[in-house]
Design a protein around this ligand. Structure first.
Ligand code: AR6
Length: 189
């Protein structure tokens, strides 16, 4: 099932069930960690399907710009390798630490960092996974609201982006339902 809303009169916001590695948007977002060296979940799937070129570029970015690792809230862009997507935006979300460790601000910053990269690269379409709600344990009911409201606000206030479509790709039916509910609330607020 696909749920859709129009933001700022020109950008389709889509919620869909699926696998981030199969998306045909210009870029897909990776739920990475600070090392940028791969891992499980979305990260493992993207590197497995995208091939070694992605890791090669991540290593160069680490050496050149982030020798101590990419801090939570930030994102970098590489090739999509063998993926359908031309680019991967590697984003580091916050680990859930009970809600008193600035997680909400950091999660919003993570989505904003991706949207800034999409804007500076003139990307027309972008797919997000549900950042931080797997291995990083951020409660999905809270994360979905931060994710969707951040995207909505960015699309509606920024005039310089080229995004015609922003897709959230949820891995399970229950995650999709949580995002649908959050979208209703965010659109109504
Ligand atoms: N497509 C879409 N969503 C997926 C996929 C997929 N192929 N696989 C899992 N999900 P996670 P995080 C969902 O753990 O919480 C890694 O080890 C999953 O069900 O991938 O940000 C990294 O290296 C969940 O809802 O990312 C980091 O160390 C969501 O994607 C750490 O995990 C995010 O789960 C990052 O943790």
């Amino acid at each position: 099932m696909v749920v859709e809303a129009l933001l700022g009169n020109k950008t389709r916001l889509i919620l869909t069930l699926g696998d981030i590695t199969e998306q045909d948007t210009v870029a897909v977002v990776n739920a990475a960690n600070s090392t940028l060296m791969g891992g499980g979940g979305v990260d493992g799937a993207i590197h497995r399907k995208g091939g070694p070129q992605i890791l090669e570029e991540c290593k160069k970015i680490r050496e050149k710009d982030w020798p101590d690792g990419l801090p939570a809230g930030n994102a970098v862009i590489t090739t999509g390798g063998r993926l359908k997507a031309k680019f991967v935006i590697h984003a580091v979300g916050p680990r859930w630490g009970g809600g008193k460790k600035d997680e909400a601000r950091l999660l919003r910053k993570t989505y904003l960092s991706c949207l800034e990269i999409a804007t500076s690269h003139r990307l027309g379409s972008l797919s997000f996974p549900s950042i931080s709600t797997g291995a990083f344990s951020y409660p999905i009911a809270l994360a979905s609201r931060e994710a969707l409201s951040t995207v909505k606000e960015f699309i509606e206030t920024r005039k310089d982006h080229a995004l015609k479509e922003v897709r959230f790709v949820l891995f399970t039916e229950s995650d999709l339902r949580v995002y649908e509910h959050a979208l209703e609330q965010v659109l109504a607020s």
